[in-house]
Design a protein around this ligand. Structure first.
Ligand code: TYD
Length: 195
């Protein structure tokens, strides 16, 4: 199974991914954690580009769309192995939904983002950690160009509108305590795994 945690910068994905991983392991599942952007050469190039103050500009966002899509394909085999298995649970911090929401620039037609990601497997379950951008920004180090209030507000709205168009997306209120957020995530997963 391929489970994804999504949300804007500062929503708490990495902490919740770790807690979820430990819990699933304690239940006896074979788990794997995954993070996008990856540590591949393409991922390293992306990290460099994210520090560019003009990363939110038209041409940079078009370029990033392609880089993120290519970077994601480096994970394809691992994702396919988990999707075809009942025992392996892959927990990913981000997926192609990040591209749909972050690269949603006025110069980019979202159907093009779907198209360049057509060869990436779709998550079996996506948990959207939803947090007000003003709260989220206080948890960011603001080193990357996307970590600004206006951009995160737009991105958050893009995430919330995914619920209406995509399947298997559940929203969790990330403003609650760390423990409560984890508990709510576990409830959703228990239902998905029939526990
Ligand atoms: P992030 O998960 O925030 O990494 P870190 O916690 O190490 O900063 O990801 C880095 C940034 O990349 C984040 O601002 C979201 C952005 N991003 C996209 O814009 N599109 C994508 O497809 C992905 C995977 C990430």
């Amino acid at each position: 199974m391929y489970i994804v945690l999504e949300g804007i910068d500062g929503a708490g994905k990495s902490t919740q991914t770790d807690l979820l991983n430990d819990w699933l392991e304690s239940l006896g599942y074979k788990t794997k954690k995954m993070v996008e952007p990856t540590t591949s050469d393409i991922g390293k190039l992306i990290r460099k580009e994210l520090k560019n103050p003009d990363a939110t500009g038209d041409i940079n966002q078009q370029m990033l769309t392609l880089l993120f899509a290519a970077d994601r394909l480096t994970l394809k085999e691992e994702i396919m192995d988990a999707k075809g298995s009942k025992d392996i649970i892959l927990i990913s911090d981000r997926s192609f939904y990040s591209s749909i929401c972050y690269q949603n620039n006025s110069s980019i037609d979202s159907s093009w983002i779907y198209e360049v990601n057509i060869h990436t497997p779709r998550p079996d379950l996506t948990i959207l950690l939803d947090l007000d951008e003003r709260e989220a920004i206080t948890r960011c180090d603001r080193e990357e160009a996307f970590e600004n209030l206006q951009f995160l507000e737009k991105t958050r709205n893009n995430y919330l509108s995914l619920k209406g168009t995509e399947e298997n997306i559940e929203i969790v209120d990330a403003s609650l305590s760390l423990e409560m957020v984890q508990e709510n995530i576990r409830k959703i997963i228990k239902e998905k795994l029939d526990l």
